[in-house]
Design a protein around this ligand. Sequence first.
Ligand SMILES: *Cc1c(COP(=O)(O)O)cnc(C)c1O
Length: 496
Amino acid sequence: MEVLYSSTRDGEKKVTASRAILQGLSEDGGLFVPDHIPTLSATMRELADKSYQETAYEVMKLFLTDFTEEELKGCIARAYDSKFDTEEIAPLVEAEGAYYLELFHGATIAFKDMALSILPHLMITSAKKNHVDNEIVILTATSGDTGKAALAGFAGVEGTKIIVFYPKNGVSPIQEKQMVTQKGDNTFVVGIHGNFDDAQTGVKTLFNDKELAKEMAAQGLQFSSANSINIGRLVPQVVYYVYAYAKLLKEEKIADGEKINVVVPTGNFGNILAAFYAKNMGVPIAKLICASNENKVLYDFFSTGDYDRNREFKLTTSPSMDILISSNLERLIYRIAGNDAEKNAEMMAALSAEGKYSITQEMKEQLADFYGNFADEKETAGRIKSMYEDTGYVLDTHTAVASAVYQKYVDDTKDQTKTVIASTASPFKFTRSVMNAIDPKYDAMGDFELVDELSKIGNVAVPKAIEEIRTASVIHDHVCDKTEMKAVVKQFLGME
Ligand SMILES: *Cc1c(COP(=O)(O)O)cnc(C)c1O
């Protein structure tokens, strides 16, 4: 059955998947959502024997219904190849009774690679299908990981340019080095004086700037997005939840039909929304456990039904979750409002005007499958240390937030359901915070000395992504104010 996409703020207009991917964000500022969530056509038993690539096809064909089999399989083959350092693509590692779904085996060692290694191929295919001749300009705000993953995906891709804005003082040293050493004539990286929310809001404003769009069109250019507001990011993320369940079944860790819980360290609410979509496709998932760091706006939302971003923005050791405006929550709000675009648009208008909104009791009742909690900085560091001391397994800071929240959940509920924890980054990406958590004495070491020490104590080889930046030279050193983003974009595109 065909799936069409409409905006969370306007129920009227419907577009095909390829159109939604090309456009990124709807003209009215809303996010594209599927008109229904398709049900898996293969059984979990059948999926158990499939490779990651085959599973990806089984899932994505149900959402991207205007792609031909050949197109979609081509995109999948080009995405999930030797850029990943394991044929499994997303291996499951058991530690202390939970299953860590390692989503960091791609080119930039964070889970963003899972979707951003395929998005450029989906985008190019979408442009061809729709006879779009314009050059596509990917405009991206990053809290650290999306930027590099998108740069790696789009660098050198003909017919595209990519511009990344990151918070100058809000990313880890390794994250920054990964981005500013990016090669490729079509890439542009800019640090902004501001935080991730400023970058994301600035990017959304540029998307909605009708005048700018007109000027760009005159020069044969159009914007699209590599952020998780693009449905082409979300759909590939559904795949690994299906894959994880099928693998647990294959390895006889669970019985057919047995429910599992899923824990996701959350920032922009994209990854956990993908898990929610997987559940709605028929994957036996019981609880969706949303783990936040000290920027716990989502925990408060799940506890009270009030979303309130009016609070201090905290810089934590899990910077990719330092977010107060979780964009993808809008897709959930729309759904629990009964797919009511008008009601959702009202709440989003309140969010942008007053920084807050409240959902109704009726909507709140539909959130029963979600559980929210948070881990503070001390709990996160403590989790890295105790896991390392007990098992030798080294968690990154984001995964440690999830793991700490999972412990709180089990303490709270005594729920013994088998659990998959999304492991969203390699510890090598956050070496300093990870090593300091294990022993503060490491703080005296340099960034790459720490990398070698982590490799030694964790007994894991240094990932290629880190070796590459060890000696790489800085190519991008632009910094701007958050009010200058438009000017910077025009300059890069040669429009001034
Ligand atoms: C982006 C990111 C997250 C948060 O994911 P969302 O989809 O934004 O909720 C968590 N951990 C890491 C390492 C990330 O890069």
